[in-house]
Ligand binder design. Sequence first.
Ligand SMILES: Nc1ncnc2c1ncn2[C@@H]1O[C@H](COP(=O)(O)OP(=O)(O)O)[C@@H](O)[C@H]1O
Ligand SMILES: [Mg+2]
Length: 338
Amino acid sequence: MKPGSKNRRRKADLAKLNLPSDVEMIERLRAFVLRSGLTLVDVGTMAGVHPSNIGRFLSGIYGSDTIEIRAAVKELIDTHESVEQNRLGRKHYRTGAFDEIQAAAWSALRNGTAYIVDGPPGTEKTESFRRVEHKINTSGEGRAVYVYARVGHTPKPFLSEVCAAAGIPNTGHIDPLIRKLRFFLGHGRILLIVDEAQHLGNEGLEVLRQLLDLPPYFGVMLGGSHDLTQRLQHWQMEQWRSRVRKTIFLTGPTKAEARSILRAELGDLDDDLCDATIADCKAVAERVEMVRGKPVRQQFTYTSIRDLFGAIEVAQQTLTPNLTLVPPARPAEKESAA
Ligand SMILES: Nc1ncnc2c1ncn2[C@@H]1O[C@H](COP(=O)(O)OP(=O)(O)O)[C@@H](O)[C@H]1O
Ligand SMILES: [Mg+2]
C-alpha cells in the first residue's frame, strides 16, 4: 500500500458521511460547550482531538482541511444528544397534571404570560417541564429554556446557567448577562422555565424581576414547592405579577391515573392491590394559598408519583417468572385456607 493511501481512504469515507459544514459544526459545538459546561480541554480529550485544535477550529483558524475534526466533534455531540433522547425515550404516562402544564406552557410561549406551578416533590413538575421544553424546541414555533435553580444559587451563577441553557456566551457580570439574554432571546417566542424556583433567594428573585419586568416579554413558568407562591406574592414584582395568568397547584396523580400506571407496569392487578400500593405512596405537604392578599396555609395529602415508580420497581423485582404479582394473602383467605 502506498504511504498516505490509508489516510486518503479514511477521508474519502468521511466525505461520504455528509458532515455538517464548518459554520454549522462550529455553531453546534459552541452551543454544546455552553450547555454541557465542558472546557475545551474536556471536549478535546473526549473527542480524541488536541484541545488547541478545538480552540483553533472554534475560532475559524483551523485551516481548510476540517473533515476529521468535524467528524470527531460531531460524533461526541451526537453521543451525548442520544443520551438525552434516551431519557425522553422512557415511557411517559399522559396525566391531567401534564396536560395542564403543557397547555400553560404553550399559552405562556405564545402570549408572553407567566404561570406558577406549585407542587410538592413527586408531582411531575420536572418530568413535565423537560417534555414540554423538548416539544417546543422541536416544534419550530419558539424556544424553551429550562433552568434548575439550585439551593443557594446566587444571581450570577443563576444567570450564567440561563445563558448556557439558551446557548448564549455566559461570562460576564449580572447586568451584561441580563442584557445579553434580552438581546439574544428578544427575537422570537421564548419560554423560560425555572424549576425549583423557591431556591432563588431574594437576590435571585430580584435578578428574575430585572429579567422579566421589561420588554421583550418572555413567557415564564416558575415551578417549585413550599412557599413559592407566597414568596412571589410578597416580592416586589408588580409588573411581573400582572402577567401571571394562573397558579397550577399539583397534588400528584389521581387514583385512576395511578391505577392505570400500576396496571401498565405490573399487569392486571385488582383494585384492592392497586389501592393498597397507592396508599403506601401517600405523602403530606403544605401549601400556601393567597386569599384576598393574605397567606392561608393548608395541609393536604397527595400521591407521590416518585414513590409510585419506586413501588413499581420493588414489585418488578419480586415478580415471578411468568410475570404475575403474588399478592399478600388477605386475612379472610388465610382463615379459609386454614
Ligand atoms: N407522567 C409520567 N410518566 C412517567 N414517569 C413520570 C411521569 N411523571 C413523573 N415521572 C417520573 O417520576 C419521578 C418524579 O417526577 P418528577 O417530575 O421528578 O417530580 P417533581 O419534579 O415534581 O419532584 C421521576 O423519576 C419522573 O421521571
Ligand atoms: Mg423536580
